[in-house]
Design a protein around this ligand. Structure first.
Ligand code: HEC
Ligand code: HEC
Length: 373
């Protein structure tokens, strides 16, 4: 089944409305309700991932996906031939890396954590600050970005044209040998649409198998939906509202490193951010909207297979899920612009352990086989 990017936008809008409804649900339900949420309750708040969104102009075929996988792994896409997409999005690390920040193109300092690409096709917008939209165009951003691959896209096109094996792969994927930047983006986008992971214990529970979660996982689910209110922002099938919030995540490792701050200011300058010269922090979403209300706000990340992609947050501030939970239990961090949705939770040690078990085990699924033709 083919669905359109536009319909993806509708899903996102629906999840905002759902988020607001759930806010009321979580506030009413916190602690007053007792008992484990039923599969139906979990399904209403979270639900199963639908068919992967595929844009009309880029059907998901075996040949486009194969070409995209090859490009994704090819360090020739970078300026000095040392870095591929996979260098920073490792398949055996949830398509993220264990590094706190970056890694970056050689001799540069990345200022953010490399995010997981698991279920990335369901995310809109993309990037921690939401600067990118289409999955089929984003790869061209990575290729040209001096902090990531630092390459010239037109030169890359000529280099790929000079390789007969690539020419054959472009012909197989697109019907002729024309190598264009748009086709490079579409092939990598097609490959990324195959990174769909579901059929987790939570999916099986939501489908009605009450034995799919054990006692600790069920108590963790209860906390996620009610007691700890995670569902307010991590809702819908990919466990994200696709919105931006300032959580006050500790930022000393960014602000305390002059090389990293140089990259922060450079990125702010090229985004036309006023006052970039004096910047003392990563402005986050405000870089794109220029709205002071968005200062230090970052995108809610999806939580499926979250066990695989430590460290966590836009700046990799937390090494473990236990640290993430302790942070939320404190009501988040300190920032003048912190979201009013965060409040101290008063979780017991047993609650924290159950929530960690839920995040680490109940959300981990396996890669879907289809629907590549
Ligand atoms: C040198 C490291 C590096 C390389 C190489 C790299 N990335 Fe990334 N990627 C990152 C970082 C860091 C971010 C977050 C950037 C930000 O928020 O400013 C990111 C973000 C992304 C996102 C957004 C994910 C989301 O959910 O928001 C996608 C998609 C992505 N990269 C795909 C790619 C592709 C495709 C390539 C190769 C063409 C690539 N990356 C190459 C480090 C890298
Ligand atoms: C107010 C909205 C909000 C609430 C409530 C919330 N989160 Fe988040 N979550 C976010 C945002 C936004 C981010 C990214 C923040 C950043 O990097 O600065 C995030 C990031 C995370 C991450 C790291 C994701 C990654 O890929 O690095 C985890 C894990 C997480 N949240 C778990 C939880 C849990 C567990 C709860 C409940 C105790 C919770 N969240 C409550 C908005 C929220």
């Amino acid at each position: 089944m083919v669905c359109h990017v536009r319909r993806g936008c509708l899903v996102v809008k629906r999840s905002v409305a759902l988020g607001l409804a759930l806010l009321a649900f979580a506030a009413l339900g916190a602690r007053a309700r007792s008992g484990i949420p039923s599969p139906q309750e979990a399904k209403a708040a979270i639900g199963h991932l639908g068919p992967v969104p595929v844009p009309a102009g880029n059907p998901l075929t075996r040949a486009t996906v194969d070409l995209g996988a090859w490009l994704f792994r090819d360090p020739m896409l970078s300026g000095d031939g040392s870095v591929s997409c996979e260098t920073c999005h490792l398949p055996d690390h949830g398509y993220a890396t264990p590094d706190q920040l970056g890694p970056a193109y050689p001799s540069k300092a990345e200022r953010r954590n490399s995010p997981s690409l698991i279920n990335v096709a369901y995310n809109l917008p993309l990037i921690w600050d939401g600067r990118a939209g289409m999955l089929d165009k984003q790869p061209l951003g990575s290729i040209g970005n001096v902090l990531h691959m630092n390459n010239n896209r037109d030169l890359l096109v000529e280099q790929l044209k000079a390789d007969p094996t690539y020419l054959a792969a472009f012909r197989a994927a697109f019907g002729d040998e024309a190598v264009t930047t748009a086709r490079i983006g579409r092939a990598i986008g097609a490959f990324e649409r195959t990174l769909v992971f579901d059929d987790s214990p939570l999916d099986r529970y939501m489908a009605g198998d009450e034995s799919a979660l054990d006692g600790a996982q069920k108590r963790g689910l209860d906390l996620f939906l009610r007691g700890a209110g995670c569902i307010v922002c991590h809702n819908g099938p990919n466990l994200t509202d696709n919105q931006f919030h300032n959580l006050g995540v500790p930022d000393d490792d960014v602000t305390g490193d002059p090389a990293v701050m140089a990259s922060v200011r450079f990125d702010a300058k090229r985004n036309g951010y006023q006052g970039w010269e004096q910047l003392g922090e990563d402005p986050g979403r405000a870089l794109i909207t220029k709205d002071p209300a968005d200062l230090g706000a970052f995108r809610t990340m999806g939580l499926r297979n979250i066990a695989e992609s430590a460290p966590y947050m836009h700046n990799g501030a937390f090494e473990t899920l236990e640290q993430v939970i302790a942070f939320y239990d404190r009501g988040g961090g300190n920032h003048p612009n912190k979201s009013s949705l965060l409040k101290p939770l008063g979780l017991s040690d047993a609650d924290k352990a159950d929530l960690a078990v839920f995040l680490r085990t109940a959300l981990t699924g396996k890669q879907r086989p289809g629907p590549v033709r």
